[in-house]
Write a protein that binds this ligand. Structure first.
Ligand code: UFG
Length: 328
């Protein structure tokens, strides 16, 4: 059985990846500092608690386990926070990743899968957004992810690192078995916030602007279920293990939903009223972000299966209903 080091494997997407890897016959080994992840979400292999800048710890891991590949999910991922505290974003998302890559090279572990983001594109010049779209991020979060993508290109050219940069659109939904789900503190994402209103934990959902040039005036996003993200990672992993060396894919559905559509489906699924209030647009929020996923479908042979809005909100609702305080 191949060991896969999953950095950030106690987080929302990383923990689901571990479950999926385990089902597919791989052994996940989790490295997580638990600053934003949850110990209770690590169930499919060992949890090593620590920092990915900790050289001694990385050397211990690489010498103890025969690691076939590293998947890197550990990052700060809030756009607003990155504008307020860019230093933390460059340190956590770039400097720590560089340390991890250096130790991988030292241990001759040469396969790396990176959680990138649609934020590397910045304000879109056309929709849908293909992988060839110019990369002009407009905030430190997006820039931190682009910097790592550029490091990967250079490490590939010079050191023979094989990598996948997987650019997620809006990760959403929960484990269809109900074991794992979203528990961010603080929560800023639309779907969990809307479902917290449905549960009576918040009074109303704020809609960030209804004056965009979209069908109902609210922002449009491409929501992708964590199960579909996991299946794309596995396909990319197997291509890298099979000899491919540079994989860059958008992971989205190619279909966008407005904020109002999301809230409407959440009302239908939960059967709760979900009061709303329109407030100002959030600075730096593009009106529309929708992926072209043609490349992933054609080359990765990936098909998103769980990412219709109903499956996303249904699985998320089941999770929030049964875990009203998250993992606590
Ligand atoms: N929104 C609201 N009210 C809320 C929260 C969000 O109206 O209370 C809106 C946002 O304006 C946006 C949509 O709902 O139009 C989705 O917002 P999220 O916060 O759920 O997600 P983002 O689109 O802001 O974030 C995603 C990824 C980031 C990535 C970013 C790029 O989660 O990692 O897109 O813009 F950086």
């Amino acid at each position: 059985m191949k060991n896969i080091l999953v950095v950030g494997g106690a987080g929302y997407i990383g923990s689901y990846m571990c479950k999926y890897l385990s089902r597919q016959g791989y052994q996940p080994i989790v490295l997580d500092n638990l600053s934003r992840g949850h110990q209770q979400a690590v169930k499919w292999g060992p949890l090593i608690k620590g920092e990915c800048r900790d050289t001694d710890l990385l050397r211990y891991i690489f010498s103890t386990y025969r690691i076939a590949a590293v998947m890197h999910f550990a990052a700060f991922c809030y756009v607003g926070e990155s504008v307020e505290n860019p230093s933390a974003y460059y340190f956590n998302n770039v400097a720590q990743t560089l340390k991890l890559l250096q130790e991988m090279l030292r241990a001759n572990v040469l396969i790396f899968l990176f959680s990138s983001t649609c934020a590397v594109y910045g304000e879109p010049v056309g929709i849908p957004i293909a992988e060839t779209h110019p990369q002009r991020p407009i905030n430190p979060y997006g820039r931190s992810k682009l910097m790592v993508e550029q490091i990967l290109e250079d490490f590939h050219a010079t050191y023979g690192l094989k990598f996948a940069s997987l650019r997620y659109f809006n990760a959403a939904g929960a484990d269809p078995d109900g074991q794992l789900g979203e528990d961010h503190r603080p929560e800023t994402h639309l779907i969990p916030l809307t479902l917290q209103v449905a549960l009576g934990q918040r009074e109303k959902i704020q809609i960030f602007g209804d004056d965009c040039a979209t069908k109902d005036g609210t922002c449009i996003r491409d929501y992708i279920h964590i199960q579909d993200l996991a299946s794309a990672h596995l396909l990319a992993l197997e291509r890298l293990l099979g000899g491919r060396c540079r994989e860059i894919f958008n992971l989205g559905t190619g279909r966008g939903y407005s904020v109002r559509e999301v809230i409407k489906v959440a009302r239908e699924i939960s059967g709760r009223p979900i009061p709303e209030e329109v407030v100002q647009r959030r600075p730096g929020d593009p009106a529309v972000l929708v992926s072209s996923n043609e490349k992933a479908i054609a080359e990765l042979k990936w098909t998103p299966r769980y990412s219709d809005l109903y499956s996303i909100i249904e699985t998320a609702w089941q999770w929030h209903k049964t875990h009203p305080t998250g993992y606590r």
